[in-house]
Design a protein around this ligand. Sequence first.
Ligand code: ACO
Length: 428
Amino acid sequence: MSHTCRIELDGKSYDFPTVEGTEHELAVDITTLRDRTGFITLDEGYGNTGSCTSDITYIDGDKGILRYRGIPIEQLAEKGSFVETAWLVIWGRLPTAEELQRFRNRLTANEMLHESLRNHFEGFPPNAHPMAILSAMINAMSCYEPEMMEIEDETTLERAAARIISKVRTVAAASYKMSIGQPLMYPHPEFSYCNNFLHMMFSLPYRDYVPDREITRALSLFLILHADHEQNCSTSTVRMVASSGANMFASCAAGVCALWGPLHGGANVAVVEMLEFINQSGMKVSDYVAKVKAKDSKLRLMGFGHRVYKNFDPRSKILKAAADKVLAKLHVQDPLLEIASELEDVALHDPYFVERKLYPNVDFYSGIILRALGIPLSMFTVMFAMGRMPGWIANWKEIHDNPKARLQRPRQIYTGNPIQDYVPIDQR
Ligand code: ACO
């Protein structure tokens, strides 16, 4: 079906072309609006603004659909590995056995940190936030690989992607070891991506940590489910930075900073803090929900609501099932899980949440899983960043590879003071 768009402004009509995506998503192309009419569109929070076309991830928020490169997230969660998913997200198709092995080898080759990069850790106080360390270290990493700043061919791109994905895992684990005053563990070349991370987090020089298969699988699942999520706050940040021609490292470091906030990646920490508060205060779940709903309350039910998902978040469904499995396997009796279930039940039947279409999002259950794996709360958002790295790299690549990509530069409507004169300091 063809679509037409006619806008009437001050009695004049203007026609604009429409755009249709693979899954029949529709847009009005207003690229020429300002030139032709003098108007811009205003859409604070960008709820109705498509900032780009993209081939990477498809979301249908009403139906609860999430696909990477066309493959449903449920299939990748069941059959895929994180490394394979990363390759798929970045290069647009599932890798062959040979491509996958080459990428795994590159990850192994890049797992160590340059010794002087390791020394950077000494410069942070022990209680430094791991997200601050991570963003700083991603930028610092690029100083040791200057040839990666200007990527001109696919091999260099694959090498750069492998460096970031591999080293981010080493940096994340090292920042945890620093924070608890333990020696940094070297990565093990024989271990899988997930096992290597768990090894660097929990092994000691005199005792190897050997993870249960269920734990490794849960970690892999967590990372797969976080690998990309189209134009969210951090990914849009990565694209914005990339549009200036900034290198992959600088763009991904900016993504880490955007992810940090509690309304975005930081929500997985906020969820557990909220559940801990309810647990420790002995407050009834229904009373907490009543506080959230109170008029003028600034409190939000963390882990609920999503800008795009207005039915359910498919990732939370998969993670809930995985959380149940891991907790049963590890015989963990987590009181927070009971509170989470009760909260979910109360909220899903409460008209306040139903009317506003607020459902549990990915962060609601990811915190429970990470706790069960022994990951400390301070590391939760770093775990999200590790998972999201392939998505950021894929989005950076999409801009880098597009000869028509433009500097991203939104406009604004100025609402400040009208023109006024400068007043010398002794007359103010
Ligand atoms: N608890 C209580 N009320 C909520 C919540 C919540 N979690 N989320 C939204 N609302 C209410 C708002 O108060 C508002 O109510 P009103 O219409 O009476 O004013 C209405 O629902 C719409 O809220 P918006 O803020 O306009 O929704 P938006 O799409 O901008 O926000 C967001 C989405 C930021 C995720 C929001 O739902 C939220 O703050 N959730 C909690 C934080 C969270 O879990 N973030 C993780 C998101 S997933 C991710 O980034 C990986």
